[in-house]
Design a protein around this ligand. Sequence first.
Ligand SMILES: *Cc1c(COP(=O)(O)O)cnc(C)c1O
Length: 391
Amino acid sequence: MRFARRLEQVPPYLFAEIERKIEAMRADGVDVISLGIGDPDLPTPTTVVEAMRRAVAQPETHRYPSNRGLPAFREAVAGFYSDRFGVAIDPATEVIPVLGGKEGVAHVALACLDPGDVCLSPDPGYPPYTSGPVFAGAEVNYMPLEERNAFVPDLDAIPAAVASRANLLFFNYPNNPTGAVAADGFFDRAVAFSRRHDVVAIHDASYTEIAFDGYRPASFLSTPGAKDVGAEIFSVSKGWNMTGWRIGWIAGNAEVVGRYRQLKTNLDSGMFDALQLAGVAALTDARDFPREMSDVYRRRRDLMIDALTAIGLSTDPPLATPYLWVGVPTGHDSASFAELVLAQAAVIVSPGPSFGPSGEGYVRISLTIPDKRLQEAAGRIASSLRVESRA
Ligand SMILES: *Cc1c(COP(=O)(O)O)cnc(C)c1O
């Protein structure tokens, strides 16, 4: 059999290697704790589960949904954007459901890119910022996220010849994997850049609701001019512990949303109406749930930072996301340090380069495991690892 070349052009699934290692160690009887994957451990809010139970019992929800989405869903998104972000969304033209943020990211690339086009993607970054453009036949130009630039891309450093071929710009704040929040002025620079070079700006807003210490992340769409140049992909996966449900949306520029819907009409038949009604419950009855989750992650963040400090790895506490992006100690690279942590503490962390080449020198620690296990992992790290502090 012969398969499409595009499948050779994307890197292997990020966590395949980690999952293999865990399995091998567990088979040897080692109690491995994985801080490798960002998948919330706690349950979906009960009100959302109950809304789903009611909705799924209604035969009206059993037929083909429309890719436009139920009016109730689009109106709930508009209400949420207005109250939470002070952003006006026209439910008729400026929002449609996506089957999780991943589907949104991958398919918006198909809607915006032709072979020969360039996609500007953050490095390190979420893997679909690469696979989406590659499947569209486009080239990916990585924008390094560096600590000295507060982990935002330096848009002025993009060569003119690259910018002139670019037709899509991805960015993501609060950021996975760095835990960074959008530096002041970055969204404005993204609008100006997108206008100047006529590129579609897509902000991935998967983590706006997981934030700490009084910080409330903004929507990109609250930036003046944002709706003229692009759209935002939002997911309830992380904030509401709903990764399995596949509920999100794309909101913003009506032309982007309309073209996205045109594409999707040819690929899938929309989101199960019952899921959309569960999404409405998340955005109304359970609207404050992510704040409770943020308290949980803040506690876990502090606990893990204490353990890292105890071994000489001081890390600034992130203001958002359930991730710590930790610089590796002198004498190590990301892979060797991840291996040391695994060998000494039986704890899995993600080497930075698995999110892109600029992730070298870091590992990502995910806080999405139960408190007791995280406590155990932190204790093992603090007691079994002693490292030279970073220069
Ligand atoms: C988790 C995540 C998403 C979306 O997840 P879905 O479950 O597909 O909604 C999108 N972007 C980033 C950066 C993420 O970490």
